[in-house]
Write a protein that binds this ligand. Sequence first.
Ligand SMILES: Cc1cc2nc3c(=O)[nH]c(=O)nc-3n(C[C@H](O)[C@H](O)[C@H](O)COP(=O)(O)O)c2cc1C
Length: 191
Amino acid sequence: MSQKEFVKPVGLETPYRLFNLGGTAFVESKQGDDLDIMPASWNCPLDYDKMTVVIDSTHYSRKLIEASEYILLAVPGMGIQKEILYLGSVSKNDNPNKIADSGLKFFTLPDCDFPLPEGCSAWAVIKLIREPHNEKTYDLFMGQIVKAWADSRVFSNNHWHLEEGPDELRSMHYVAGGHFYAIGKRVDVTL
Ligand SMILES: Cc1cc2nc3c(=O)[nH]c(=O)nc-3n(C[C@H](O)[C@H](O)[C@H](O)COP(=O)(O)O)c2cc1C
């Protein structure tokens, strides 16, 4: 049977979901002692060392990001799935205690000003490249990766090997409404 038999039209209310299979990232922001963290699935590499991320203008994170001009992006694993959903469902605008209430734990590294969330596989400090038109019109932020770290159980020699690490570090791919996929099996393709 041809694949054509299974193909059905998709409505244009939320067609982005077709392409929303990229991994969910944490966006952490900080101004002085004021820390916030939110998941963002609308994140994308822009170049070898640059990232884009969409941060809605109503989010508490947004003012911290615009003021400090730095973010920490991280790749949360399935071991902290409840924390991901909580941090993406509750705004610090409504609950100043959001971070503590989420149960997310942090650790520090000597050469990083941001606390690093536990349960992630990778972390990067990003300095914003200001593009006011994109920020205002599309809530789209661009930035340069200035430092990066990864959990060596799942990423080393510049390559992922998630299948060798604990399942808790498998990345989470968000669709909508609490519906995620955890990344699946490795497939090596050769020509
Ligand atoms: C898995 C997931 C992914 C999300 N992706 C984005 C995103 O890409 N951009 C965005 O602006 N909000 C996104 N959100 C919503 C924010 O994370 C959410 O509104 C959060 O509570 C904002 O927190 P804050 O107001 O404390 O900054 C996402 C939520 C979830 C659960």
